[in-house]
Design a binder for this molecule. Structure first.
Ligand code: OXD
Ligand code: MN
Length: 579
């Protein structure tokens, strides 16, 4: 008996499923799951001529986003989870959830999903096995990961896997928990069918557990998209960019360049997670551990992200979007009129002007291989060499369009102090500014003070450190209008970043770091409001002084554990600001 078989058997004795199904990841298996979900109403078919292989899932209305308040890191010592995580002692977590898992799969099938995170045959890839009683989760895992033989072959070579146990339970928020046990590399999740809570390969394994493994093993697991930027010479330079959930990572990863006539083009490697390693030449390399996109639907349109629109035209599972009268998916910001007879995300007839037809965090799950701009290197076992790291978030005020750190240490400080306006990807208030270091606040599986130290240490080990940038496409004017057009025009900012990587690109050293001169960014053909570039590249001293107070509040939670380099950088910024 293998370790996997032993664990499956022991789990089945507790959860008591009627049947156990070992997933092989085949098309037949996927089709069979879809057929049975169509039969019991878990899925609803869209018009199969217009949207072949596309289905709608309506989740329980109480289960539509990640639930950070119910997500725990269970380390023996509370301090190892840090003030950035909810903590429960492992024994208590096991006891509480053990009771909830007791008989939780009765009357259901338990699916055993062996899956690989990362490209087949890559030394950087890792195996997970998820046990779940949700066929919707299995179908999503088919798209988001590499299920079946490829995972078992990797397991045969390494003998290692990350177990993840998931049950829908009774889908009650009162009995919903997502527990991580980093000492054992184990996840237990119950009571939710929502993506980030239930597709255990994604946030639970590839970020929370992997970040903790990465620290021990000397690599990085980050909430980052990966792109290749091609210039007019045909050379492709790879960049990784961290943005909080629902802040445009998928759009940036699939950017359609408005500078295509100058030869600038973006290739998609990944849209959410990067696993990064130092190679034997001292360069940082990244792989995308996922095989699909779990993107936010509202706001996705032929204008904002035509590549995504093409990607999700077939073989896509939509969750909590609306359905038009003629059987097509629809959401707010899709850029087309839905026509009469729309059914909203909860299955009710919808009247325009009332509540939203699609839930603000409604999603699409689509295979990465269907993306027209997917990089030829997206499954390269060696990954791609990263030349620039970008930190971005929604900030309607204060933060300039782009600036560059003066050193790796300064860049780590920039990432660690990032403020972000919250979005609908997690339950709770939307639009509130919170500190979200490296966009990892909900995903760092250990004490963030140690995470900052790990970033500092990684930089010291690299012979060729990527340059570090901060971007903000979301700056608004006094009337609440965006100052920067965003989307395809973000290529203009990427172009400056590329120029800086190449040792070019006009900049001035400011208190924040290297800011582009107002004419350094190519704005030809843009109709920007008067003075926009000046505002977008200026330092709002008063705003930044206030920001440093917020940073200090955040950092003080970590006490002496906070690396002294971060304290020094923070003090240095305050001094330069004259605070
Ligand atoms: C996601 C998220 O689903 O960050 O990727 O919430
Ligand atoms: Mn994400």
């Amino acid at each position: 008996m293998t370790d996997i078989e032993r664990w499956v058997e022991a789990t089945a004795q507790v959860t008591r499923p009627d049947r156990i199904h070992w997933c092989d990841g085949s098309r037949d298996e996927y089709d069979g799951l879809v057929r049975s979900m169509l039969a019991d109403g878990t899925l609803i078919a869209y018009d199969q001529n217009a949207y072949p292989g596309c289905y709608l899932h309506r989740s329980n209305p109480n289960d539509v986003a990640r639930t950070e308040q119910l997500t725990f890191i269970c380390t023996p010592k509370k301090d190892d989870a840090g003030p950035n995580n909810n903590w429960m002692a492992p024994a208590e977590a096991k006891e509480r959830l053990g009771r909830l898992f007791e008989g939780s799969m009765q009357g259901r099938t338990m699916y055993v999903i062996p899956y690989l995170m990362g490209p087949a045959g890559s030394a950087y890839s890792k195996v997970g096995v998820e046990l779940t009683d949700s066929p919707y989760v299995v179908a999503n895992m088919h798209i988001m990961t590499r299920v079946g033989r490829v995972a078992m072959e990797h397991y045969a070579k390494t003998g290692q896997f990350v177990p993840g146990l998931h049950s829908l339970g009774d889908v009650s928020p009162d009995r919903r928990f997502i527990m991580h046990f980093p000492e054992e590399n184990l996840v237990w999740s119950i009571g939710s069918g929502y993506g980030g809570n239930a597709l255990l390969g994604k946030k639970c394994f590839a970020l929370r557990l992997a970040s903790s493994m990465a620290r021990k093993e000397g690599w990085m697991a980050e909430h980052m998209l990966i792109i290749g930027m091609e210039d007019s010479s045909g050379k492709v330079t790879y960049m990784a960019a961290a943005f909080p959930s629902a802040s445009g990572k998928t759009n940036l990863a699939m950017l359609v360049s408005t500078l295509a006539s100058e030869g600038y083009k973006v290739w998609t490697v990944g849209d959410d997670i990067a696993w990064m390693y130092i190679d034997n030449q001292g360069r940082l390399r990244a792989v995308n551990p996922e095989a699909g996109f779990f993107g936010v639907a509202p706001g996705t349109s032929a204008q904002t992200n035509p590549i995504a629109m093409e990607t999700i035209r077939r073989n896509t599972i939509y969750t909590n979007v609306a359905m038009t009268g003629d059987g097509k998916p629809w959401w707010e910001g899709m850029g087309v009129e839905p026509g009469p007879g729309v059914i909203d995300w909860q299955g009710r007839p919808w009247t325009p002007g009332n509540e939203k037809a699609a839930h603000p965090n409604s999603r699409f799950t689509a295979p990465a291989s269907q993306c027209p701009t997917i990089s030829p290197k997206w499954e390269d076992p060696e990954g791609v060499v990263i030349s620039a790291i970008i930190f971005g978030s929604r900030r309607s005020v204060v933060v300039p369009l782009v600036y560059q750190s003066v050193s790796w240490q300064h860049g780590v400080f920039m990432g660690s102090s990032m403020g972000a306006e919250t979005t609908a990807a997690a339950t709770g208030a939307v639009g509130v500014v919170r500190r979200d270091p490296m966009a990892m606040l909900p995903f760092c599986g250990y004490n963030m003070a140690d995470y900052f130290q790990h970033w500092l240490d990684m930089g010291k080990r690299m012979k060729h450190q990527p340059l570090i940038f901060r971007v903000n496409w979301f700056r608004k004017d006094a009337d609440g209008k965006f100052l920067w057009p965003g989307y395809g025009d973000n290529i203009r900012v990427l172009k400056w970043i590329l120029e800086r990587v190449q040792g070019k690109g006009k900049a001035v050293e400011s208190v924040l770091g290297f800011l582009p001169t107002p004419d350094a960014i190519d704005t030809e053909g843009l109709k920007l409001p008067a003075g926009a570039m000046q505002t977008l590249t200026a330092v709002d001293t008063e705003g930044w002084v206030k920001g440093t107070v917020e940073m200090d509040k955040f950092y003080s939670q970590f006490g002496d554990r906070l690396p002294k380099e971060i304290r020094e950088e923070h003090a240095g910024l305050r001094k330069r600001l004259g605070a």
